[in-house]
Design a protein around this ligand. Structure first.
Ligand code: ZN
Length: 215
């Protein structure tokens, strides 16, 4: 099979529908570490890819999308969260609005806030959600879409989104870190509402899994 360059593959992807097809779990591209971005795409092509990823994230709808989820194995992700949730949910989860931003070559480390566990889902694992314990605060190091260095501390729900998307770039899915007994369908409104409480403590009792703050 002839080798197709990354540029040609991205051009072909962007020649298709404006909302890109999302790769589902089981595709090896979601399980390989993505390649660091180092100018493999021209600036205009990178800008078009980012715009298409943004449109795809909005259409899903989702609060983050990593390039491997559209079949592009580069360390690149987009995140944005309008955080349109009830006040009690916002308070419990630290779900504050997160303006649109691009993460290039992101990496994170624990910034010392302990672990917090909540339900989360993934556009590449449709129909399910599960509880994942994650760092409450992380130090994010990355570049933005213009190559400027990013080094900042992030907490609350934005920290969860950063961890989820960065994990994608290492070939890790949220299910790898999840409490598997918490796994719940999101296919019906009834199922979604069952575990829509601000925290996952009731689900932990009913389904039989541990929360990081319970002993
Ligand atoms: Zn995901």
């Amino acid at each position: 099979m002839p080798t197709i360059s990354l540029t040609d593959r991205v051009e072909a992807l962007l020649a298709g529908p404006a909302v890109l097809p999302i790769v589902a779990a089981g595709d090896p591209v979601l399980r390989r570490p993505a390649e660091p971005f180092d100018g493999q795409l021209s600036e205009p092509l990178l800008a078009r890819l980012i715009e298409a990823m943004r449109a795809t994230m909005h259409a899903a709808p989702g609060v983050g999308l990593a390039a491997p989820q559209v079949g592009v194995a580069l360390r690149l992700a987009v995140i944005e969260d309008a955080a349109g949730v009830p006040e009690e949910v916002r308070a419990a989860r630290g779900r504050v609005p997160l303006p649109f931003r691009v993460l290039v070559n992101p990496a994170y480390e624990d910034a010392g806030g302990g672990q917090v566990a909540f339900y989360e889902g993934c556009l590449s694992v449709p129909g399910y959600q599960a509880v994942v314990a994650r760092h409450e605060r992380v130090r994010l190091r990355a570049q933005d879409e213009r190559g400027r260095a990013v080094d900042e501390e992030i907490g609350g729900w934005p920290a969860r989104i950063v961890q989820h998307e960065t994990d994608h770039l290492d070939g890790t899915l949220y299910l790898d870190r999840a409490e598997t007994r918490s796994l719940s369908s999101t296919l019906t409104q009834e199922a979604v509402e069952r575990w829509a409480q601000p925290t996952a403590h009731l689900a932990a009792r009913e389904l039989g899994f541990r929360m990081p703050d319970s002993d």
